[in-house]
Design a protein around this ligand. Structure first.
Ligand SMILES: Cc1ncc(COP(=O)(O)O)c(C=O)c1O
Length: 415
């Protein structure tokens, strides 16, 4: 990918990209929203369709010369429909945040009430954070997890729904290690006459591989990013029941976006083809096994996991009894070549920039081909670093072991 044209035109940027490839190769990426897209997806993301304007949809464009971008978008639509089993899909959203914005815009008026998951309990910014468009344009009420089991409090969900009569309930999270029971959300939505939307940005890959319950039969609208467990390009899609199709399409264009990024739409089509393969199912199954193995390894080393483990691709490690904040833990792990993100834990007393936890996950290391023995080792290495204080010797020793592990499981060998 790092071809001569780039090196000649912009040696400085070529050098940055070479070093980023080296960083990705020699780091254990445990950020659960990151992954290594295939070479085919990377190539499509950087393809000649970046040159093409294509406002509109296949067969109904505002520009000429769209025959082949129409084909690319139709392939993405056909494959996403088959993959998720949805009535209708819009494959143009640029990001997960934009997909959520369009979904709310299609279903709601400004000021309407949304009931969504509390950010501190695992929800996303676009689920009602006061500084985000969601919290500013809509009246957002939050449900959370129980104090004891740290799983979604469906009783609280029901009583908040009865009290606030939301027009939309959002089921979905960025940092929730357990499965979401979409039928229970549907029961509550039906009781109060609300629309139900699932934001499956994190667990989309698990869902299409039957490793997580399927929201499609229960939801009016389902949004997802395409770059996390789904392992496609950095973007999103919106699926919906037929009755919402026109409103969703209009909300995306001309409501929010103008020209779609057709190179990324092409890359989404490639990713959906990959996700339809039997290999992808195996990959998702291994993601879950691997997450459970990291979780077990960390618990064996004395770490407390929110809700006591994981059902999916990620876990939340509560460090509050370890004398280290999430921020310091993530920084220290990075020195040892292990890349995680700091994260709030439920009922956290720290601020979102400090936090009491970290959120490790298995999608990227599973793409490298690692299995349970490597996950157990990763848990042990993390524990050594987190228990080491500022001991530079331990950090250097772990850094070396991480490098060896990364060398055994290379990425993009022919780039
Ligand atoms: C649940 C959820 N929804 C939406 C998004 C937003 O995706 P993007 O970063 O592409 O805007 C994220 C990203 O982390 C997410 O976790």
């Amino acid at each position: 990918m790092m071809n001569e044209a780039l090196a000649q035109t912009d040696p400085e940027m070529a050098d940055v990209l070479t070093r980023e490839l080296d960083r990705q190769q020699n780091t254990l990426v445990l950020i659960p929203s990151e992954n290594y897209a295939s070479k085919a997806v990377l190539l499509a993301s950087g393809c000649i369709m970046t040159n093409k304007y294509a406002e509109g949809s296949p067969g109904k464009r505002y520009y000429n010369g769209c025959e082949l971008v129409d084909r690319a978008e139709s392939l993405a639509i056909e494959r996403a429909t088959e993959l998720f089993g949805c009535d209708h899909v819009n494959v143009q959203p640029l990001t997960g945040a934009v997909a959520n914005m369009a979904a709310y815009d299609a279903l709601l008026e400004d000021g309407d009430t949304i009931l969504a998951m509390e950010l501190n309990h695992g929800g996303h910014l676009t689920h009602g954070h006061p500084l985000n468009f969601s919290g500013r344009w809509y009246n957002c009420i939050s449900y959370g997890v129980t104090r004891d089991a740290e799983v979604i409090d469906y009783d609280q969900l029901r009583s908040l729904a009865r009290e606030h009569q939301p027009k939309l309930i959002v089921a979905g999270a960025s940092a929730y290690p357990r499965i979401m029971e979409f039928e229970r959300f549907r029961e509550v939505a039906d009781e109060v006459g609300a629309y139900l939307m699932a934001d499956i940005a994190h667990v989309a890959g698990l869902i299409v591989a039957d490793e997580h319950p399927d929201p499609i039969p229960h939801c009016d609208v389902v949004t997802t990013t395409t770059h996390k467990t789904l392992r496609g390009p950095r973007a999103a899609i919106i699926m919906c029941r037929q009755e919402h199709a026109q409103a969703i399409d209009r909300a995306v264009f001309p409501g929010i976006q103008s020209g779609p990024q057709m190179h990324v739409v092409a890359a989404k089509a490639v990713a959906f083809k990959e996700a339809l393969s039997p290999d992808f199912k195996e990959y998702q199954h291994q993601i879950v096994l691997n997450a459970k193995a990291i979780a077990q390894s960390l618990m064996d080393q004395g770490f407390r996991l929110v809700s006591g483990g994981t059902d999916n691709h990620l876990m939340l490690v509560d460090l509050s009894d370890k004398g280290i904040t999430g921020r310091d833990a993530a920084d220290r792990l990075e020195q040892a070549g292990i890349c995680v993100n700091k994260n709030l834990v439920p009922f956290d007393t720290q601020s979102p920039v400090v936090t009491s936890g970290i959120r490790p996950g298995s999608p990227a290391v599973t793409t490298r081909g690692m299995k349970e023995p490597e996950m157990t080792l990763i848990g042990e290495l993390m524990a050594r670093v987190l228990d080491a204080g500022d001991d530079a010797f331990v950090i250097a020793e772990v850094r070396e072991k991480v490098r060896e592990l990364c060398e055994r499981f290379p990425i993009y060998t022919d780039l």
